[in-house]
Design a protein. Structure first.
Length: 414
């Protein structure tokens, strides 16, 4: 009944949000004399903050119509180039991009948020590359007839997307998908697949969660898998296309995200309130934009969530060399020509320092010059791939790595 109770709560909050929005507009109307005394602006601002926090949200749009390069705006074309039940392959290409520009596949997390969480990542990389991104589908919208989706399926999707884009493609995996992207790279290398990545950049990924243990790691290890199945898995209700599917609901994931930094979220909303009272709409809008994205969540399949918790966080199969795909052990020594860049943030409280870097010790047959590690000072998890330090300091490192290791195609391994 968990999902049903949530739907009831969501319906109530949606109505309350609409009522609060109307009341805030009435108090803020210039013709309302109560809007000018000490109580009026404060009440209107409080109602607006509540209305924004409580409203229902769907899937956000990327909204990348133009991108500025060297002071000039270029139109951006967004399109879906491959459709799959659990996610599409989306392409972004700006006008004026050189014909020989690198192709980059950004593998977005399937961890509660939509791929639009990486809007800033995409926006920065389309300056210099033809960008593709995995646009995962909300699991509650996928009919049961489409079957299941677990970690093996995720790896299959990455391989199929790379084969669709073609040889010489570069890959950037942000956070959780570092594991399936790394696995796909090794599988394709062993098979001599010509579409295997030219480079693989992993950013804040949980390759070895025994290193730099964080609160996220502890939460995933201190309880048995049975607890996760009993307490975090729900059944999609009848009003959705995926009715009957077992999922880890987005609203539960969001509750976990919020609880980790509840004090910061409270202060952010208090800051929004103060900006609104002071009439600083621009600063308030910046906070609203962030939470419009952050509070937009989607469900993931139960089998993917459970298999990830088991393999990555509890059994540590990848760094132990025991991770399998379709029953066959994945051999990371097969990676010999995909240049690997690992990026971590000094203040990352989700994937601690050392977790991503561990990948460089698992590719024993990869030449040293094709391995690179970068730990960026002063940034947390989201700062690795979003914000001013990402745009001005981290993205250039990725671009240089791509340029140094790019090539049109790769010969199959004999």
């Amino acid at each position: 009944m968990l999902y049903q109770f949530y739907e009831l709560q969501r319906a109530f909050l949606s109505s309350a949000s609409a009522a609060a929005s109307v009341a805030a507009q009435m108090l803020g109307n210039p013709r309302n004399p109560w809007g000018y005394n000490g109580f009026g602006p404060s009440a209107a601002s409080a109602l607006e903050v509540f209305s924004h926090a409580a409203r229902s949200r769907g899937k956000p749009e990327f909204g990348l119509d133009t991108v500025e390069v060297d002071g000039k705006d270029y139109p951006v074309v967004e399109s879906d180039v491959l459709h799959k039940p659990f996610g599409n392959l989306k392409q972004f290409r700006r006008e004026g991009l050189p014909k020989d520009a690198p192709r980059l596949l950004i593998v977005a997390p399937m961890s509660g948020h939509y791929a639009t969480l990486l809007r800033g990542t995409v926006e920065r990389m389309i300056e210099s590359a033809e960008v593709y991104i995995t646009d995962w589908t909300d699991a509650k919208l996928v009919p049961l007839s489409e079957g299941r989706f677990d970690l093996d399926d995720y790896i299959d999707y990455v391989i199929e997307f790379l084969e669709h884009i073609g040889p010489g493609t570069h890959v950037m995996a942000v956070c959780q998908p570092s594991v399936p992207a790394f696995a796909a790279t090794a599988i394709m290398a062993k098979d001599g697949n010509p579409a295997r990545p030219a480079t693989l950049t992993m950013m804040g990924g949980p390759i070895d969660t025994r290193e730099g243990v964080t609160e996220v790691n502890e939460m995933a290890t201190k309880r048995p898998l049975a607890w996760f199945r009993q307490n975090l898995i729900a059944t999609v209700p009848a009003q959705y296309a995926g009715a009957g599917r077992k999922v880890y609901p987005g609203f539960l994931q969001l509750a976990g995200f919020m609880s980790m930094n509840l004090g910061n979220h409270i202060m952010s909303h208090y800051g929004m309130f103060k900006h609104l009272v002071a009439g600083d709409g621009e600063s308030a809008d910046a906070t609203k934009d962030f939470y419009d994205e952050y509070l937009s969540v989607c469900d993931m399949t139960a089998e993917f969530y459970i298999s990830t918790v088991d393999a990555v966080f509890q059994e540590h199969l990848l760094p132990r060399g025991l991770l399998t795909h379709r029953g066959e052990r994945i051999d990371f020594d097969a990676v010999t020509d995909t240049a690997i860049l690992c990026i971590e943030g000094e203040r990352d409280d989700i994937s601690g320092i050392g977790q991503t870097k561990a990948a460089l010790d698992m590719v024993n047959n990869l030449p040293e010059e094709k391995r690179k590690y970068h730990m960026h000072p002063g940034v947390g998890h989201y700062g690795i791939f979003n914000g001013s330090k990402w745009r001005g300091q981290i993205a250039p490192i990725v671009e240089e790595w791509i340029a140094a290791n790019g090539r049109k195609s790769l010969k199959a391994v004999a």
